[in-house]
Design a protein around this ligand. Structure first.
Ligand SMILES: [Zn+2]
Length: 303
């Protein structure tokens, strides 16, 4: 009840232009990097979609993009990098939009919306499922055994996790909501000047649980696969699951440097400031974040 009232108040504040006025006065303490994952068509039956909170609706993404285009300073990865390196002036309200994993809906649903509002975006692509046309392991395991099984798998030793993921692997069927991008779709995304592709490992393990040689292979194989498919070698990376000190470690940072990665993103919540190029924080975007909620967070709540 209280939540519904708060949401209604935020809706009213958004409609009356309160957030727009508050935002116009605000100067962010860093760049707001937004971490989206998948997108679902409006009206999609969400029951039975694993981790449905990680998939915003197309209408929601459209509203978010319209808000960001109107009241924030949208940046490409190259522009954000130049600001972080101190080579360019930071705008008052810099925002960088990112998508993790690489579900197929990014081309069908997200790309037209990004184009309509001229929103630059980075896709951090997990490459094995794209190249081999199998589901991301977390989607396959959740479908076979439930979301709780995915959460406990994240805490497993790497070989235990690997065996589970392999045993649940499923091939993508036509019209599958959770299909990863095809290689052709990844090429189509690369061809759009709004889109930059970054790496997100080959198979999306929890890197800190994997031995050093596996970590290295996961990182270098994803970079090589993107370079092979798109003709461009990525220099940006997002950690699977992304919690600092939990999902990756000092070895991961050293291996990223060795692989030529210059910017990497976590899932720690916060504005991304100049320090720590390999541990830039982001704000995770969920299906429950309405446009008025996003406006509220941008104008007041995120500090
Ligand atoms: Zn991911």
């Amino acid at each position: 009840m209280r939540q519904a009232v708060t949401a209604a108040v935020k809706r009213a504040l958004n409609l009356t232009g309160h957030y727009a006025r508050a935002l116009a006065e605000r100067r962010f303490p860093g760049i707001a990097v937004l971490a989206y994952h998948g997108v679902l068509a409006d009206g999609t039956q969400r029951a039975g979609v694993p981790f449905a909170q990680l998939h915003v609706s197309a209408e929601q993404l459209e509203d978010h993009c319209a808000l960001l285009a109107a009241h924030c300073d949208l940046l490409s990865l190259a522009q954000a990098d130049a600001i972080w390196r101190g080579e360019a002036e930071a705008p008052a309200r810099g925002v960088l939009v990112t998508f993790d994993d690489g579900h197929g809906a990014l081309v069908d649903l997200a790309l037209p919306i990004l184009r309509r509002h001229a929103v630059p975006a980075v896709l951090f692509a997990c490459t094995d499922p794209i190249v081999r046309q199998v589901h991301f392991w977390f989607d396959a395991v959740a479908r076979a055994r439930g979301e709780a099984a995915v959460e406990s798998a994240k805490a497993m030793a790497w070989n235990e996790w690997h065996a589970l993921a392999a045993s649940c692997e499923t091939r993508v069927a036509d019209g599958d909501l959770l299909a990863p991008l095809t290689a052709a779709q990844l090429v189509a995304l690369t061809a759009d000047p709004l889109i930059t592709i970054g790496a997100h490992t080959a198979s999306h393990p929890i890197l800190s649980r994997a031995p050093r040689d596996v970590q290295r292979a996961e990182i270098t194989q994803s970079i090589a696969a993107i370079a092979q498919v798109t003709g461009r070698t990525p220099t940006a990376f997002a950690y699977p699951n992304g919690r600092p000190g939990i999902d990756y470690d000092m070895t991961t940072l050293a291996l990223l440097r060795e692989a030529g990665i210059t910017t990497a993103f976590t899932t720690a919540e916060g504005f991304a400031a100049r320090s720590g190029p390999l541990e830039r924080s982001r704000f995770t975007m969920l299906a429950s974040i309405s446009v008025s909620e996003l406006a509220h967070r941008l104008a007041h709540a995120w500090t």
